[in-house]
Ligand binder design. Sequence first.
Ligand code: NAP
Length: 243
Amino acid sequence: MTKTILITGGSRGIGRATALLCAAKGWNVAINYAQDEAAAAETLGGVEAAGARGFAMQGDVRDEAAMVALFDRTVATFGGIDGVVNNAGIVAPKSTVAEMDVERMRRVFDTNVLGAYIVAREAARRMGEGGSIVNVSSAAARLGSAFEYVDYAGSKGAVDTMTTGLAGELAAKGVRVNAVRPGLIATDIHASGGQPDRADRIGSKTPLGRAGTADEVARMIVWLLSDEASYVTAAFLDVSGGR
Ligand code: NAP
């Protein structure tokens, strides 16, 4: 069956890797991004090169109207939605809680919590039997991220709690809701938080001795989206090299 998958932050990093793996399965892919149009176009090119259908659409996950429009376009283009990857997220520069300004905390919580909840709400409204929502949380939700970004860790704790609650609400509709919790994955997110070497530096200290790749996370996301995971809901899948 040709599934239709909507991926927030689908233009780069873990979202892009997921888009390309979905396309390799022949699934339709709706790619959302915030500002980097060129990266989104490149990802869409990869989807189409794999022989799959897709589109890329700008829209900030914090913007309710933009997310409604993204879901509307996905349904209008492909006739429905089978999977949603609630992936868009940000970190802010390394800081203790004592030194954090409110503006930064607001940006992190608005993007990672409010944005994820808006996307989850739209998914809940539009998905039915056989649907799968995958929230991209973080190992930070377990670890707390002391001296780096406790705001980010807390935002992912909220995503975990939402996963449990929404799974309970949607089970009767036949929609599964799960989360992946990546550890240190080599993407640009670390540079955007002012620590370009972070994945390699800390990744080498994990039990598996290296950072993970976006592809290694994407494979778990695609598995949760697939019918192979038909009895998996309210689950947390750590993709963190044992960290
Ligand atoms: P990334 O490489 O920085 O990519 C982020 C993606 O999200 C981009 O497509 C970006 O679009 C989009 N995005 C950012 N803010 C957005 C917004 N407000 N609205 C819509 N889209 C937005 O990040 P990543 O490492 O792949 O991370 C993806 C998810 O995995 C995040 O939720 C992150 O917290 C989580 N995660 C990552 C790691 C890691 O080590 N990399 C570990 C644990 C969890 P633009 O390029 O257009 O801005």
